[in-house]
Design a protein around this ligand. Structure first.
Ligand SMILES: C[S@@+](CC[C@H](N)C(=O)[O-])C[C@H]1O[C@@H](n2cnc3c(N)ncnc32)[C@H](O)[C@@H]1O
Length: 247
């Protein structure tokens, strides 16, 4: 059977920290922690992250909260365990996972971009809602909403020990009328003693108007607001949604 997942979360998962370094996530993690603390009723000790990926955000969040990290990809969970061995890791789809317990906070960072239909987005909000305790807060940090989307190209990457990665990321929206856009990565991988390799990795991201986000969050039962963050140096994030579960 072929693996239809993006290479970055399967065969190339072990390279993820050279694509995007854990240290760069501190501002977003700090903002999420502040928003959850400020908007929750009562103490905030436990946090569930949906789509926690390489555990980059969690490597900062864990200094403030007891973190439970969940992701669809076993390979990404394995990578995250190397960075965050003290955190609980759970394999699960953010649309359907049910742990049978609640948390003071729920966090969904850029992994929410993989929800490409309203039904998938609504299912993720339902998962977040059932795992948030009354008075707790869920924070969602998409790269953008329809209103702030812009086609772009960017590049980056890092040097590791005996290996290095560089990428070009190309963001396009072939059909502005649907709820998705394309993100193509051209990635060059260097490993000491081996010929360089170039790979292409295609991702499809969801794109919804702000009002759709707010409507679906409220339908799930949350009190929801959104704002455009400032001062998140190096972040692609254009919009943050704060969703409080009523007491
Ligand atoms: C860009 S990475 C997230 C990186 C993360 N923000 C961090 O701090 O390391 C996106 C992740 O979303 C996960 N993902 C995609 N669809 C998912 C789903 N339906 N449920 C759970 N995780 C999903 C992928 O497996 C991948 O690990």
């Amino acid at each position: 059977m072929t693996d239809a997942r993006p290479l970055l979360y399967g065969k190339l998962a072990g390279w993820f920290h050279l694509l995007t370094a854990p240290a760069d996530y501190e501002p977003e993690a700090a903002l999420a922690a502040k928003l959850i603390r400020e908007n929750a009723t009562g103490e905030v000790q436990s946090l569930l992250e949906l789509g926690s990926g390489g555990g980059n955000n969690a490597s900062h969040l864990k200094q403030w909260f007891a973190c439970t990290l969940s992701d669809l990809s076993p390979e990404m969970l394995a990578l995250s365990r190397t960075l965050n061995p003290e955190c609980e890791h759970i394999l699960g789809d953010m649309r359907t996972m049910r742990l049978g317990r609640t948390f003071d906070g729920v966090y969904v960072h850029d992994a929410i971009m993989y929800m490409t239909t309203e039904a998938d987005l609504a299912a993720t909000f339902e998962t977040a809602f059932v795992h948030t305790r009354p008075g707790g807060v869920a924070v969602f940090v998409p790269d953008c909403v329809r209103e702030s989307f812009e086609p772009e190209t960017s590049h980056g990457g890092h040097d590791g020990e005996a290996r290095a990665l560089r990428y070009l990321m190309w963001v396009t929206d072939p059909n502005p009328k649907d709820s998705a856009y394309d993100v193509d990565f051209a990635i060059v991988l260097h490993e000491e003693g081996q010929p360089s390799r170039a790979v292409h990795d295609h991702h499809v991201f969801g794109l919804f108007p702000r009002e759709t986000w707010l409507r679906l969050l409220r339908s799930a039962g949350f009190e929801a607001t959104s704002f455009a963050p400032s001062g998140l140096h190096g972040s692609r994030c254009q919009e943050v949604f704060v969703a409080r579960k009523p007491l």
